[in-house]
Write a new protein. Sequence first.
Length: 381
Amino acid sequence: MAESNRSHLLVTGAAGFIGANFVRHRLALCPHERIVALDALTYAGNRANLAGLEDAGRMTFVQGDIRDGGLMERLLRDHGIGTIVHFAAESHVDRSISGPDAFIDTNIVGTHSLLKAARAVWLGATRHAHRFHHVSTDEVYGSLGAGDPAFAEENQYQPNSPYSASKAASDHLVRAYHHTFGLEVTTSNCSNNYGPYQFPEKLIPLMMVNILHGKPLPVYGDGMNVRDWLYVEDHCRGISLILDRGRIGEVYNIGGNNERPNIEIVNRLCAMIDERFARDPGLAKRFGGAPAAKGEKSASLITYVKDRPGHDRRYAIDARKAESELGYRPAETFETGFAKTIDWYLANEAWWRGVMDGSYRSWIETNYAHRTGSPAAASVA
Ligand code: NAD
Ligand code: TYD
C-alpha cells in the first residue's frame, strides 16, 4: 500500500450538502492536501455540488457505497489515505419516519463497514498514521424543554427518530472502535445547518423554493419547535479545527448559539424574499408565481399542517468545549448567513431545478399528502 498520509483525505458523502461545502472549504484552507470525494449519489448527492473542483487535480471523485467494504479498503490503500471525514448518511428525519430501513443500512451498517476497512488498513500488521472523523448530529441527545440547559458532550443519548437513533448507533460504534481497537477517532455533534447546496427537502430551501413558486409553506404543528441554526461554512470550520487540533477519542459539540422557532425562520425568509423582489424587478419576471411578483406578501403562503410524529421540541448546543479547546467560534451571524443563503438560491436556480428531479417530486407528494390532505399543498414545482 501507499504509505498513509494524514494530508490524503477520504471524504464520504462528499456530493451531499455539508460534504460538498467541506470539500470546497478544505481544499481552499489546505493547499497541500488531496481529497478522494466518495459518494453513492443517492437522491441527496449531486455531482454538480463538486463542479469545477476536479480541475485543479487535488480532488478525485469516486462513485461508491460506504457499505462496500472491499472498495473502502482499496481506496484507503491505493490513495494512501490517512484521514477519513465521514459525512455519508441518510439525513432527513421525515424520510426516516416513512422508510427507516435505509437509515439502518447506511448510517449503522455503512459506518461499521467504513470502520472495519479503516481498522484493517490502518491497524493491520503495520500501524499507519491515521484519523477517523465522524460527523454526527445534536439530535442524538433527544429533545430539550424550554428552560433546559443546552446539550453538552456529557448529555445522555436519547434519540427519538429513526434518523437520530441510527446516528446514535453509529456514534457508539465509532467510540467502541476507539476503545476496543485503538482506532484514532474524533466525533462532532452539530446543530441544524443551512447554506448553499442544501437539498430542497429541509426547512429553509424547501420554504424558499415554495415561495418562489407560490406554493403553500407547510409549517408543522404550532411552528414553535426550536432549532439552533448554523451556517454550513462554520460547521466546516469546526470540523477542520477538530481534524487539526482535536484530541483523539474526544467528542465536540458544534453549534451556532442561534436558537429560533421555525415560524420565525419562515417569517424572516418571507420578509427577506419580499424585500429582494422589491429591490430587483427582474425577480418578478423570473418567478411570476411568487406572491411578491403580484404585490402580495410571501407570508400569505404559510400553512400550518399536521405535526411530524415524535417531533423534537427544542435543540440547542453548548459549544464551550470546542470554543475553549479549539478556538471555535461561528464567523457568520444569523443575519449574514441567512442573507448569503437566500442570495445563493436566487442566483443558482439551475442548481435547485436540476436536483429536484421526478423521484423527489413523487416522494414528497406521497409523503405529504396524508398530512395536508392535498398532494399539492406541500409540493414543489
Ligand atoms: P445529505 O443528505 O445532503 O448528504 C448525504 C450524502 O451522503 C449524499 O450525497 C448521499 O448521496 C451520500 N450517501 C448516502 N448514502 C450513502 C452510501 N451508502 N454510501 C456513500 N454515500 C452515501 O446530508 P447532509 O445534510 O450533508 O449531512 C451530512 C452529515 O452531517 C450526515 O452524517 C448528517 O447526519 C450530519 N449532520 C447534518 C446536519 C444538517 O443540518 N444537515 C446537522 C448535523 C449533522
Ligand atoms: P428539518 O430541516 O427537516 O431538520 P430537522 O428535522 O433535522 O431539525 O426541519 C427543521 C425544523 O423545521 C423541524 O422542527 C421540522 C420543521 N419543518 C417544518 O415545519 N416544515 C417542513 O416542511 C420541514 C421540512 C420541516
